[in-house]
Design a protein around this ligand. Structure first.
Ligand code: KIV
Length: 264
């Protein structure tokens, strides 16, 4: 059995020690798992980072299945959560169960994530009752980017903040094992974290959350089209990769590669 599952993740509540990164392929998932990150999200951000779309909206169940299968094959210990893509859980509860079930059956993942507040309670309850662990996601919910009028910090007005606290409580009561809080003021992140008894995983939600998540391409400096304020770059891989590609090209042109040691 894996070290990280719904129970061991929930047991980390209140310690601020959960780290989560996105992965979309076998090799990256394997490295993240070996770095002892507890949670891996096969995020629908793959629409941008892997497929070159402008938003997550065009991402399909087939895309998610394809990438989730590869990630699951690379992971030994981390809990793997897969995003349910836009319109795979919104239309009906039957659809949501059948689509989440398909991902759990075929991708070998451990849980699904869905976006939205208290209005998602019936779907979350139905999934949890049917043995499918659910991670919630509130605040900036990228699948609603058009309804929100862009990628903006949420919960700045007091009535919006109160609603987000109520949303988080409703998701936790419905059985979500954790809740992602995206792009909200740090004080609100802390308040929500204190108000619910399951872990909060923050992305741009301050240090008061029970855990943090970053998009791996952002933290590695691999995706430079959009860098939100909440991203810390731990590497500059775009520059490193360009340098390696350029050096390879120069060495081919200068007949330096392949050398004797690369030759049969
Ligand atoms: O798709 C994703 O990567 C996400 C994270 C930003 C939380 O949902």
């Amino acid at each position: 059995m894996k070290t990280w599952n719904v129970n061991s993740i929930k047991a980390l509540k209140g310690q601020g020690k959960i780290s989560c990164l996105t992965a979309y392929d076998y090799t990256t998932a394997r490295i993240i798992d070996q770095a002892e990150i507890q949670l891996i999200l096969v995020g629908d951000s793959l629409g941008m980072t892997m497929l070159g779309y402008k938003t997550t909206l065009p991402v399909t169940l087939e895309h998610m299945l394809h990438h989730a299968e590869a990630v699951a094959r690379g992971v030994v210990d981390a809990m793997v959560v897969v995003d349910m893509p836009f319109m795979s859980y919104q239309i009906s509860i039957e659809d949501a169960i059948s689509n989440a079930g398909m991902l759990m059956k075929n991708a070998g993942v451990d849980a699904v994530k869905i976006e939205g507040g208290a209005f998602r309670v019936p779907v979350i309850e139905a999934l949890v009752e049917n043995g499918i662990p659910v991670m919630g996601h509130i605040g900036l919910t990228p699948q609603s980017v058009h309804a929100m009028g862009g990628y903006k910090v949420q919960g700045k007005k007091s009535e919006d903040a109160i609603k987000l606290v109520e949303d988080a409580k409703a998701l936790a009561d419905a059985g979500a094992f954790a809740v992602v809080l995206e792009c909200i003021p740090a004080l609100l992140g802390e308040e929500i974290s204190k108000a619910i008894d399951v872990p909060t995983i923050g992305i741009g939600a301050g240090a008061g959350c029970d855990g943090q998540i970053l998009v791996t391409h952002d933290m590695l400096g691999l995706y430079s089209e959009l860098t939100p304020k909440f991203v810390k770059r731990y590497a500059n891989m775009e520059a490193d990769m360009k340098m390696a590609f350029k050096q390879y090209k120069d060495e081919v042109e200068d007949s330096e590669f392949p050398a004797d040691e690369h030759t049969f």
